[in-house]
Design a protein around this ligand. Structure first.
Ligand code: ADP
Length: 259
């Protein structure tokens, strides 16, 4: 079966410092449908915000953020487990850092774990292990982590579910006349170095980390689809009905030798 990696961000998964249970259930239902057609790997944010529901620490401070992530990770996984149980889908937790992709040996080990899960119909749920890691060992955002995961597991596609319909020519939260790109084949260096623009107080990514993720994948011959995670219609159409309505598809330029 083809493999897809689904990445869901803090904006979609949390609401008022809590897990947005209904949106999580919608995501779980979508994944249950996808599993009939694809091998699915989920990369999820939300641990820090989930931790904040029980522990009021300052997430802007390094130790506060790590303590929140440690408290929130089991809350996040329990919330997922309850929902995947409805569909009889067993889950596994994998916590990774940038270091895990540093050596072939470690990447191979990770690939074999994922293979073992997928062969046994288990859904791997991945998050960055920022609890005991130093900033140098971390990607710092799950957009880039999910791109590395997608590449390492040989995924056909990475789907990033965010709070926007895709990639626009300018920030749609600021400019009403921003235009959505339907498909993008290359990213100029200038858009990859912009300052981060996360929209949610717990978000760490913003559009730049998504573009870096896209750039990483298209330069390796893979695809990424950025779409709305509040309303999953675009993701569903694209993945299950082969229809590209809303959402931005980042894909490599068609190679003449393949056409
Ligand atoms: P997530 O938690 O899903 O990773 P982020 O808040 O980190 O989401 O990133 C998405 C946000 O990036 C959007 O809500 C929007 O405010 C911002 N953004 C800035 N520039 C753009 C752009 N050109 N196109 C789309 N979104 C943009």
């Amino acid at each position: 079966m083809k493999r897809v990696v689904i990445k869901v961000g803090t904006a979609v998964l949390t609401q008022d410092n809590n897990i947005a249970k209904e949106r999580m259930l919608n995501l779980v239902s979508l994944i249950a449908m996808l599993k009939r057609r694809y091998d699915v790997v989920l990369v999820t944010s939300g641990a820090v915000a989930a931790g904040y529901s029980t522990l009021k620490l300052d997430k802007r401070k390094q130790i506060g953020k790590k303590a929140l992530a440690a408290a929130g990770q089991p809350i996040l996984m329990t919330a997922y487990k309850k929902k995947f149980d409805i569909y009889d889908i067993p889950t596994a937790q994998i916590l990774l850092t940038e270091d895990d992709f540093d050596s072939r040996k470690r990447t191979k080990m990770f690939q074999e774990i994922i293979d073992a899960h997928l062969e046994n119909n288990i859904l791997p749920i991945i998050n960055e292990n920022d609890i005991t890691s130093t900033p140098e060992q971390l990607f710092g955002d799950n957009d880039q982590l999910s791109a590395h995961v997608a590449h390492a597991v040989g995924a056909e596609l990475l789907v990033i579910l965010s709070d926007i319909d895709g990639y626009y020519n300018k920030n749609p939260q600021e400019f009403k006349d921003a235009k959505l790109y339907k498909s993008v084949n290359e990213l100029p260096q200038s858009v990859l170095v912009d300052t981060s623009t996360p929209n949610n107080e717990f978000a760490t990514g913003g559009i730049v980390t998504k573009l870096k993720a896209a750039d990483f994948l298209i330069s390796r011959g893979r695809k990424m689809f950025l779409c709305n995670g509040f309303d999953l219609d675009a993701a569903e159409s694209f993945l299950l009905r082969d229809k590209h309505e809303l959402g931005t598809l980042f894909e490599p330029k068609i190679n003449k030798n393949q056409s």
